[in-house]
Design a protein around this ligand. Structure first.
Ligand SMILES: [Zn+2]
Length: 302
């Protein structure tokens, strides 16, 4: 990158990077399919996806979580990000947050990263020792019912592998707050993610959701602010600070007591900005009913 480019005011800069840590509880049997090739090898009609290097434990691919949350938010906004000519002006916030697709020529990196979710060690231990049909999983046999005759259609018996209700996974969502044209603000990222997770918690994940599979509940127990860029404050925050400062100036004409000092000043330390960010995210998640404090130790080893 040339010096000129790096000084350009339109350049997109990383302002903050944070990691939301949470637990996903499986409320009803969860099936995230491994795909056709695995089905042939495994013998099961409908196996779940497993992590080869983790004792073949079932896991939840980050792409499944991300795709589901994105599609629920697209429903709310009434947009379809896969449509041709979608987002030609680059204004779609969902594309900004979750990444554009080649189809609409807005192919840029996602602002959020969903890590693959693995079993908590407690759940791994419980499932390993449980009397289940397959290692870590149960199976459900289903038939297609003939709606006119009311009986099972011939040759439709299928065995679907599921992660049992009660299983818990460790979830991590990395959030990159950027500064640049059309960038979602820290506040917008908070609101969209909290809404997306809330919607997921009252929807389903994986296959056969309309038949009761895949009810899950994600709650967060930590917000780890791993980076703040001291040279790139979020524009909204900066405006808010300027407003506060202006307000303080007016106030200070009326009262000069030391208690009326600006609550926020420009010379905040990195630690202060981190703490402020953590507190704001935490209270947004609390307000959305997505905070759980008590179970944070379950994922500390992962
Ligand atoms: Zn879009």
């Amino acid at each position: 990158m040339s010096a000129q480019q790096s000084q350009s005011t339109n350049a997109t800069k990383l302002v903050k990077k944070l990691v939301l840590k949470g637990i996903l509880k499986v409320k009803t049997g969860l099936h995230i399919g491994a795909g056709r090739d695995a089905a042939k090898i495994g013998g099961l009609d409908n196996p779940v996806i497993r992590a080869a290097l983790r004792d073949n434990q079932p896991y939840i691919p980050g792409s499944s979580l991300k795709g589901k949350i994105r599609s629920l938010l697209e429903l709310v906004e009434g947009v379809n990000c896969l449509e041709n000519n979608h987002n030609t002006n680059g204004n779609c916030k969902i594309c900004k947050i979750f990444g554009g697709s080649a189809a609409n020529k807005q192919n840029h990196a996602s602002r959020v990263i969903f890590r693959d979710a693995y079993l908590t060690s407690e759940s791994a231990e419980l499932l390993k020792n449980a009397d289940l049909d397959y290692p870590y999983t149960e199976t459900k046999t289903e038939t297609a019912i003939d709606r006119i005759l009311g009986n099972a259609k011939k040759g439709t018996l299928r065995e679907t592998e599921r992660i049992p209700a009660g299983t818990e996974f460790c979830v991590e969502i990395v959030v990159n707050v950027m500064k640049g044209q059309n960038e979602p603000t820290d506040k917008e990222l908070k609101e969209k993610l909290a809404l997306g997770v809330r919607l997921l918690n009252s929807d389903y994940l994986g296959g056969s959701g309309s038949r009761g599979y895949g009810q899950v509940e994600i709650k967060f127990y930590d917000v780890d602010v791993v980076f703040v860029n001291p040279n790139s404050r979020d524009k909204n925050e900066q405006n808010a600070e300027d407003n506060r400062k202006n307000g303080d100036q007016i106030e200070s004409q009326e009262s000069k007591s030391p208690e009326n000092k600006p609550a926020v000043s420009d010379d905040k330390t990195e630690e202060e900005i981190k703490k402020e960010t953590r507190d704001l995210w935490r209270s947004a998640l609390e307000d959305a009913g997505l905070w759980i404090d008590s179970e944070k130790d379950k994922c500390n080893e992962n």
